[in-house]
Design a protein around this ligand. Structure first.
Ligand SMILES: [Mg+2]
Length: 329
């Protein structure tokens, strides 16, 4: 069977979808669709599905944390535009033998995250799904139209920033796979995979500040997600390997697992941190905003004329565009 990159499938569907609407501000192609409503506000729409055996493994993913993650990865896309998540729809595909206790715990975790973000579950569906558990979630958010942060707004000369540390989730997944999940020293990394924390508050603060140009969340690895910003904006980017923020725990675990920290950080995916671009003169105010938000940010490179995401590591340049997590079809 021929394999297609996810972005090629999305592009093909977008080409088939020729219709538009007067109040549609942005359709297919960003973290969320943007629909205008009254009072200078827009609704943000996003959906994401998690499939057993592809996105999670019940051998190590407790039901509460699976429910939490399903909510968080969707909420992250609202934060990536700078919006406030409001409502969720939950569609469950359940295998034949799904214990009620498991289901209750999973839904409880899902609802806990919604409560943390002052959101409401407003509907959904439950269907029989044969062998595998499937969670398909739609989230609606809201924000001021003039504050929406698109992927297409990066400009040459902008600096490239990321929140938090990168690679923790990919490393955590590998630790879970290898059965090291119970080890105290790896708790932070495993948690990053099992229960990621979407940067919604930081995203909103950045959007409201007017300090940034483009923004998206890092779901497939910086190499791919920054390439989406570059493609959407018609620009290139240069990333300095030594500036990529790495947790001390990641460096230790990567050494123990004999994995490359840079590969985990740039290609691993699922960190649900934010990547954003900003004019160089805004760096001071951005650092103040980061302190106020209580979330570290790091400048990892800059936007340039061109079309590639280039990484400088050990004095050598290489093209890492779209080298992140690949969904296989
Ligand atoms: Mg996204």
């Amino acid at each position: 069977m021929e394999h297609f990159a996810e972005r090629n499938i999305i592009a093909a569907i977008a080409r088939q979808q020729a219709r538009t609407a007067a109040d549609l501000v942005r359709g297919i192609g960003d973290d969320c669709a943007v629909v205008r409503k009254a009072g200078g506000l827009v609704d943000l729409w996003t959906t994401d599905a998690l499939v057993e055996g592809v996105h999670f493994d019940l051998a190590w993913h407790p039901p509460e944390l699976l429910g939490r993650k399903a909510a968080s990865v969707n909420i992250s896309d609202i934060g990536a535009m700078g919006g406030r998540p409001r409502f969720a729809l939950l569609a469950l595909g359940l295998p034949a033998a799904c214990p009620k206790e498991f289901l209750d715990k999973m839904v409880a975790g899902f609802l806990d995250v919604l409560a943390e973000h002052d959101m409401v579950l407003v509907g959904g569906d439950t269907v029989y799904a044969g062998e595998r558990l499937l969670l398909s979630i739609t989230v609606c958010g809201e924000m001021a139209e003039k504050q929406v942060c698109y992927r297409s707004a990066a400009r040459p000369g902008d600096l490239v920033w990321v929140s938090g540390c990168l690679g923790n989730a990919a490393c955590g997944l590998e630790l879970c796979r290898q059965g090291w999940q119970g080890q105290e020293e790896y708790a932070l990394l495993c948690r990053a995979h099992l229960d990621p924390q979407p940067q919604v508050r930081l995203g909103r603060m950045l959007a409201e500040s007017g300090l940034i140009h483009a923004m998206m969340d890092i779901s497939d690895g910086l190499a791919t997600d920054l390439a989406h910003i570059c493609q959407g904006s018609g620009v290139g980017a240069e990333i300095m390997a030594e500036e990529v923020p790495l947790a001390g725990e990641l460096q230790k675990a990567a050494a123990a697992l004999q994995l490359s920290t840079m590969q985990l950080a740039l290609q691993g995916g699922e960190d649900y941190q934010l990547v954003f671009t900003s004019p160089a003169q805004n760096s001071g105010p951005l650092r103040n905003l980061s302190q106020e938000a209580g979330v570290d940010i790091a400048c990892v490179g800059r936007i340039v004329a061109g079309a590639q995401v280039m990484l400088r590591q050990d004095g050598e340049w290489r093209d890492i565009s779209f080298q992140g997590y690949e969904h296989r079809f």
